[in-house]
Ligand binder design. Structure first.
Ligand SMILES: Cc1cc2nc3c(=O)[nH]c(=O)nc-3n(C[C@H](O)[C@H](O)[C@H](O)COP(=O)(O)OP(=O)(O)OC[C@H]3O[C@@H](n4cnc5c(N)ncnc54)[C@H](O)[C@@H]3O)c2cc1C
Length: 382
């Protein structure tokens, strides 16, 4: 494997502690997590105590204030070794919701939410997608109308990661009917607010440990001080934060694919057919040579973008390129890995089978691969 050059000794030390957390507290519980359909609170609290949840949060509010997005990338890579769902459950919190709660909030809001956010006592989620559509965010149907000293929200969200367990969900709602993308605002809706009900945890073809839920809002009174960011600027706020979500997805995609590819390389040397290791047949050896090359070339591209993002110069277009490309490469690699495991590759008890099913959604979520190509083609003037 080619050597990666973007990390220094501090990142390496951080990786060791993230890896230890995953090996000690997540990996041995994968079977149990699949039955729970969420990551339990003690896991969040442990991640909080280790300083993993407040990477983007100033120390004044209990954060670890890493000030370098490469730490976020390292954490995403280590969590991805466990599963796509584990990486996304925590990633939605420390990497996707964090910028909204740190950069768009008032001092009073920061003091109210960020200490719990960092400790793991306040788990977050973000609700953009609705049953009627996720790609066309500007067409969302959830409404927020002013009433008294606050807002009344009505509508529903679906496919929300951490949805049924989150203590605080950032909800995108239309505040100026008919204004489309210019009339959307963001609200922090807290668990237990009357009229705010999580629906069922959705039954997916993969990621059984993920809490992916519907959310229903029926006359939910939200105080004015729970608006996040500016009135009617929610769409712009979301667009500004989507690049981080997409490079985060890309980092997780390639890390997850590489972890399973490494395991497959061990398997094909041990498993024999016709008296030889299955990896020694030329077709399989070339297939693996192909996949390892793809993984390394992709990693080099993603690494370049990790650094760009850490230095504040990653464009939305480049983030879109990384997201769709890594999702496709991951799909190709995991499909090849399943094939190399033979029938065992189709058995749920094998990590490779779960990984293959878990990863399918990476071509769909965080903005589908088609939407990524739309962003890129527009940039090309098409
Ligand atoms: C497990 C899981 C977790 C998720 N977590 C979250 C979350 O935490 N928060 C959240 O808000 N959302 C979440 N999502 C939602 C996800 O982001 C959406 O599913 C995704 O954006 C696609 O929206 P959609 O499902 O409504 O598909 P649609 O928008 O209905 O699209 C259907 C198909 O049409 C294609 N399409 C749409 N428009 C175009 C176009 N202009 N050109 C070409 N093709 C197009 C799409 O690419 C797709 O293939 C999650 C989804 C899943 C499955």
């Amino acid at each position: 494997m080619t050597t990666r050059t973007i990390f220094n000794a501090e990142h390496d030390a951080f990786r060791e502690s993230a890896a230890a957390f995953v090996d000690r507290s997540v990996m041995p519980r994968m079977e149990e997590l699949a039955g729970l359909h969420h990551h339990p609170s003690e896991m969040w609290l442990e991640a909080g105590a280790q300083g993993f949840l407040g990477l983007d949060v100033p120390a004044a509010y209990g954060g670890s204030e890493a000030g370098d997005w490469r730490f976020n990338a390292v954490l995403a890579e280590e969590l991805s070794r466990a599963s796509v769902a584990t990486s996304s459950a925590f990633g939605i919190h420390y990497d996707v919701c964090a910028p909204y709660l740190v950069e768009l909030t008032t001092e009073e809001q920061r003091q109210r939410w960020l200490p719990g956010f960092c400790s793991g006592e306040l788990v977050t989620a973000i609700g953009m997608t609705e049953p009627s559509g996720g790609s066309d965010l500007a067409a969302l149907k959830t409404t927020a109308r002013p009433e008294g000293d606050g807002w009344v929200l009505n509508g529903s969200k679906t496919f929300i990661t951490n949805g049924s367990t989150a203590d605080l969900v950032i909800i995108a709602a239309s505040t100026t009917p008919g204004a489309g993308s210019r009339g959307i605002s963001l609200f922090a809706v807290e668990k237990g607010t009357p009229g705010f009900e999580p629906g069922r945890v959705l039954d997916k073809i993969g990621q059984p440990e993920a809490d992916t839920a519907e959310l229903f809002l029926t006359d939910v009174h939200v105080p004015a001080e729970n608006m996040i960011g500016e009135l009617d600027q929610g769409f712009i706020h979301m667009m500004e934060n989507l690049a981080q979500e997409r490079i985060g997805a890309a980092v997780a995609n390639i890390a997850h694919a590489r972890a399973i590819l490494d395991e497959t390389l061990v398997y094909v040397k041990e498993r024999t057919a016709f008296g030889k290791p299955v990896g020694s047949f030329q077709h399989n050896a070339f297939l693996l040579a192909d996949m390892v090359t793809r993984a390394e070339v992709t990693q080099a591209y993603v690494d370049q973008q990790i650094v760009a993002h850490a230095e504040g110069r990653l464009s939305a277009v480049d983030a879109a390129k990384s997201k769709w490309w890594t999702a496709d490469v991951q799909g190709d690699i995991l499909d090849a890995c399943v094939q190399l495991y033979g029938g065992y590759g189709f058995m749920r008890e094998y990590r490779v089978a779960r990984a293959w099913a878990d990863a399918r959604v990476t071509r769909i979520w965080a903005g589908s691969n088609e939407i990524m190509k739309l962003i890129i083609s527009r940039d090309l003037g098409l």
